[in-house]
Design a protein. Sequence first.
Length: 189
Amino acid sequence: MSRRGFLLLALLPWAPARAQQPGFEALMRRFAALPESRATFTEEKAIPELDLPLPSTGLLAWQAPDRLEKRTTSPIEEVLRVEGGRLDYARPDRGIHREFSLEDQPEMRALVEAIRGTLAGDAAALRRHYEVGFAGAAEGAWRMDLVPLSLRVRAAVQRIRLAGRGAQMLEVDTEGNGGVTRMRITPQP
C-alpha cells in the first residue's frame, strides 16, 4: 500500500465502537470467503534492552477453518503452527519441538486470534478477545486496532494494529512490554 493510502487511512475518524459498522462486517465476510492464503513477511522486533531491532523473514500460510503457520527462514529456522486449540513450535536446527494448548496460554491465544480471527473472517472471535476499532472499507484500505479485553493479556500486549487492503492483511504491529514488533506482509498469488 502506498504511503499516501496509509496517510489517508490514518486521517479517517474512528472509535472502537465503530467495529459494528457495515465496512467491518463486509471485510469479515470477504476474509471468510477465502479458503487459504500465502504470503512472505519481514518482521522487526524493537526491544528496549537492545540498540538495534531484531529482523527476521519468512512465510505465512492460512488454511480455513483454523490452520495458521508462521515459518521463519532467517536468521534462524523456526516454525509456529496453530490448528484448532493446539500450537506447535519447532526449531529444527536445535531439535526442539513443543506442543501447547492455547487454553493454557491465554496471552498466546489472544495473539493467535488477532491474526487467525481476521484471516478467518471471524468477527465473534475478535470481539471475544478484543475491543475492536475499525476504519476503512472492505474493498479498500482498512485499519483495525485490537485492545485486549483481559487485563492479564493486556499486561503483556497493549495493542495490535492490523492494516490491509481488501481481503489482504499487509501489516501487523504489536505493542507490548515496552517493545514493538512490526510485521510487513506481501501476499503471494
